[in-house]
Design a protein around this ligand. Structure first.
Ligand SMILES: [Zn+2]
Ligand SMILES: [Zn+2]
Length: 368
């Protein structure tokens, strides 16, 4: 676990980027690690996609489903929810890879996508012959959620039933939220890419920091149990419940101590606002899109945003319904994000990656 000093309890820029220590005037030392560690799956000229593993449990989210072959089976097995911004091939071809891996396992996966998504999923599923899978020991459930204007339609499929639709789609109201859990939520907005394209934001409801001094006072070592402790808090477990702290001492003797969860929380944890991570790609730089993107990304700790073209080729960017690097940087500036990560570059700039990054960063820093 990395040791970090925090300064005035503000998360400075670079905190999420590097996970490195931030200098401090505050003498209080705490252990801090964000509970989500997003990382781009591929380089900036390959298929876009963000893999977001959870620190406190074996679980992950996936934003976009392009080429995911760089993710290990172990990582892919953690994925519970996949958010597909749109079904252009570079954002959706990974569906087969994921399905191949999950088939034959007891698993339930949730996929979200824009208008037409259910039909696209069914087209993928119907491309294969499933005459033997109903006899498999394990069952794979697939839930496909399609955002259609102000509605969400959710269709369920089961390997037991050869991935035919299970019943009629469930109809829900879409007010900007896709999932909401104890620890985090995912919000979405429909953007214009000549088709609907989903902008995504992950909001951690709170963040748990461990106070080193508190551990010292209770004579507790740092260890695996802290992950269990954080998990218990994130899950909203009853604070009156007894929590077991277990560790091996220097002589390899297993030691245990018990605390009411709430007391332990009081003594060793500080709850602070959680991080916000926003992901925006494949949108035209129209005033409407830019306003919506700024709104979605507002005050994000980190913004992943496409920077497909140089601004000198803005006409081409507009024709192809993509952002320029400058537009990406301006969105980041207006949204006051702490850290900007431009990605999804047009292959025409191969070898000129720095120019795109520089253009985005200059606009981000200057706001013009
Ligand atoms: Zn794309
Ligand atoms: Zn696209």
């Amino acid at each position: 676990m990395s040791k970090v000093r925090i300064h005035n309890r503000n998360y400075g820029p670079g905190y999420l980027a590097s996970g490195q220590a931030i200098s401090s005037t505050d003498s209080e030392e705490i252990f801090m690690k964000p509970s989500f560690h997003p990382r781009l799956i591929n380089d900036n000229f390959s298929d876009p996609g963000l893999f977001i593993p959870f620190l406190f449990e074996r679980r992950a989210l996936l934003f976009d489903l392009g080429d995911i072959s760089k993710l290990s089976a172990r990582d892919l097995m953690k994925v519970s929810h996949v958010f597909v911004t749109h079904t252009h091939m570079d954002h959706f071809i990974g569906f087969d890879t994921l399905l191949r891996l999950l088939l034959g396992r007891d698993k339930e996966i949730h996929l979200f996508g824009p208008l037409g998504f259910i039909q696209k999923i069914e087209a993928k599923l119907s491309a294969y012959t499933w005459n033997l899978i109903e006899n498999y020991e394990n069952t794979l459930f697939i839930n496909a959620a399609e955002i259609k204007g102000k509605k969400i339609f959710v269709q369920r499929y089961s390997s037991r039933d050869r991935f035919r639709p299970v019943g009629a789609p469930q109809e829900l109201t879409f007010k900007g939220n896709l999932i909401s859990e104890q620890a985090f939520s995912i919000d979405a907005v429909l953007l214009d890419h000549k088709i609907d394209c989903i902008g995504l934001t992950l909001k951690e409801n709170f963040s748990i920091n461990i106070i080193k001094e508190g551990l010292k006072e209770l004579d507790l070592p740092v260890g695996q149990w802290l992950r269990e402790f954080k998990k218990a808090i994130y899950e909203g477990r009853n604070l009156a419940q007894r929590f077991k702290v277990i560790w091996q001492d220097e002589d390899k003797v297993v030691r245990e101590k018990y605390f009411p969860l709430g007391e332990l929380k009081e003594r060793i944890a500080r709850i602070s606002p959680g991080q916000k991570i926003t992901y925006i790609t494949d949108i035209i730089g129209s005033p409407e899109n830019i306003a919506k993107a700024v709104d979605l990304a507002l005050d994000s700790n980190r913004l992943f945003i496409e920077a497909a073209f140089l601004d000198e080729e803005r006409d081409m960017a507009q024709r192809k319904y993509h952002l320029t690097a400058k537009e990406a940087g301006l969105i980041a500036a207006r949204a006051k994000v702490k850290e900007l990560t431009p990605f999804h570059f047009s292959p025409r700039y191969f070898g000129r990656e720095k120019e795109l990054v520089q253009e985005a960063m200059t606009a981000f820093r200057s706001g013009t």
